[in-house]
Ligand binder design. Sequence first.
Ligand SMILES: *Cc1c(COP(=O)(O)O)cnc(C)c1O
Length: 383
Amino acid sequence: MKINFHDLQSSYVKYKEEINLAIQNVLDSSQFIMGEQVFNFEKALADYLKIKHVISCASGTDALLLALMAIDLKPGDEVITTPFSFIAAAEMISLLGARPVFADIQADTFNIDPAKIAEKITEKTRAILPVSLYGQPADMDEINQIATTASQQFTRKIYVIEDAAQSLGAEYKGKKSAALSDIACISFFPTKPLGCYGDGGAITVKDDILAEKIKSLRIHGQVKRYQHHYLGINGRLDTLQAAILQVKLKYFAEEISLRQSVAHHYQQLLANTVVKLPFVKPDRTSVYAQYSICVPEREIVINYLKSKNIPTAIHYPQPIHLQKCFDYLSYRLGDFPIAESMSHEMMSLPMSAFINKFEQEQVVDALCEILTTSSSRGYVKFA
Ligand SMILES: *Cc1c(COP(=O)(O)O)cnc(C)c1O
């Protein structure tokens, strides 16, 4: 029996009839671009998040690009972000000619450390872009406060843009991730907590004027047909994907609680081992986009699990400041020690709403076998 790392199939099978019907309706209408499902889904997601504006787009990466274009990010500007994440945020900042300024992470949550953000603020800072990694919101109150203080100091607006690609559905002090800052960016990549069947994304924004601008930017900066006020992109969400997401959003809360039960079971099974488990702060929840743990001798552990047919992944094997594409920024090894050491220790276990307890026990049994064996061989030092 094969354990899936993400179980996309079970999720489809569960909602199959409804999803097939939703797809059929789009096919019958032929409204493949900006059909009514796009607007209906935006409205449903805005209601779910309890916010005014949700603007769907073609991917999480486009959401980041559109958000940064909307605030007029320009060459010479700086955006403070995390070195320990998927590359998209730092990449989009750089594509616009601005500089990603990294601030190291917290060793317990793996999210950007607000105390280290504060040290990086300069007169060039235009935005702070925290990522709510692995499904847990970053310290958004502290980060918003830093931005407010800096905005007053430099008498210009410094935006907070939450990269909520992994954290949709998570809560922070009773509010939802992606509704915690000026702007937030969401991804509907198939393996994200709310995934569609291709690429998709969305931006949430509080300000009415910015919302109009982002709607325009996603269609070539168009304000009316063939009237272009800005240089934009072709960044629309397909009607087919919106139709699928409308169905999946109805069951999203239920899927999140299943994911949380799976995480809870892993936590019980792994409680008395050397494995460092995910730590979620008491004032928030995680949707466990990944169930990522720290283990000693990661390569040995991963290879052993692989030999037992158990898939794993590494989020992320190389911190962003050390990626080749960022050589020109002249960061060096040693600049962000926590991010660097986590990139050697983290690994992610199979996680989905549909993995069962028996499968989880197989994963943990294999993990414990190799941790015990390698410790007796002197590879692993028990805490
Ligand atoms: C997946 C992801 C993105 C990019 O989303 P796409 O939809 O794949 O473009 C951005 N940031 C983070 C943290 C992600 O996990």
